[in-house]
Design a protein. Structure first.
Length: 277
């Protein structure tokens, strides 16, 4: 369905953090001059009921649904529900610029200037590939994680995923592996030729972040997930794994994503020099 609009509605949907869909969407918006996109975003989608709620909102102001979905069942359900209301659901890492042009009958800046062609650089495709890789290898999800440029290891809420996405936008392939208390992480296949970096934060800071996370999900806060004594053990055990494997570590307690990523990049430079990569 083509929608004429001065202010097109774009709906961003993700079953992960939503970082990728946001970053790519905004780079796409920049290609359309004098167009003010109205953006709505939902992240951490886990159920069909959540998708039903989103689609009911989209139905009131039809637009384009852009998404990243690891869960194939949820992706298929999203497509079906959007098709029912005659709205396109488009995977953000496919040709999104074309999808926006066709949905809203718009022209990009370059098309408004006769003869000017936009050439996609090799760096652009490297970034897209790295973004796809980060999504596929989030939270130890894929056996392909050992083909990464960098592997981030750490307990929950140490900014592994947003750091992976941030680095992916620089063309760096990053996988991340979570540490769960009293569960031995799957480290098979990681060699000394692979750069692995452990991320950790103070138990007190982790507790704050996790309580905030539970509040946002309206879940019970009386859980081992936020127990301070268990958090201390969780952080201590994760550090022991890093020491045992001689991995570098970063204390992310008071660091922004940009600061964490900058430190990771410095470690990568040192690692490459040492290994003549």
């Amino acid at each position: 369905m083509k929608m004429l609009t001065n202010n097109p509605h774009i709906y961003l949907v993700s079953d992960s953090t939503g970082e990728t869909v946001s970053i790519v969407a905004r780079s796409v918006y920049a290609r359309f001059e004098n167009i003010k996109f109205i953006e709505s975003k939902w992240a951490l989608i886990r159920t069909e009921k959540q998708i039903d709620n989103i689609v009911s909102i989209v139905k009131k102001n039809p637009g384009l649904v852009l998404y990243t979905m690891i869960n194939k069942k949820l992706e298929d359900y999203l497509h079906k529900k959007c098709k029912d209301i005659n709205v396109i659901a488009h995977p953000i890492l496919d040709n999104t610029i074309s999808a926006v042009k066709e949905s809203f009958e718009l022209k990009t800046k370059n098309e408004q200037i006769p003869g000017k062609q936009h050439v996609l650089s090799e760096d652009y495709f490297d970034r897209i590939e790295a973004l796809q890789y980060a999504i596929a290898n989030d939270d130890g999800n894929s056996s392909e994680k050992y083909k990464a440029d960098i592997i981030l290891f750490g307990v929950s809420r140490t900014s592994k995923t947003p750091t992976s996405i941030y680095l992916a936008n620089k063309g760096i392939k990053v996988a991340n592996i979570p540490y769960v208390l009293d569960q031995e992480p799957d480290l098979k296949g990681i060699s000394k030729d692979t750069l692995v970096i452990g991320l950790f934060a103070s138990p007190e800071r982790l507790q704050q972040i996790r309580i905030s996370r539970l509040n946002s999900l309206k879940e019970n806060k009386k859980t081992s997930y936020v127990d301070i004594e268990l958090l201390k053990k969780e952080v201590q055990d994760a550090k022991k794994i890093c020491v045992r494997n001689q991995w570098s570590t970063i204390d992310v307690t008071k660091k922004s994503i940009e600061e964490i990523a900058a430190t990771v990049i410095e470690y990568l430079k040192i690692f490459k020099r040492r290994n003549d990569i």
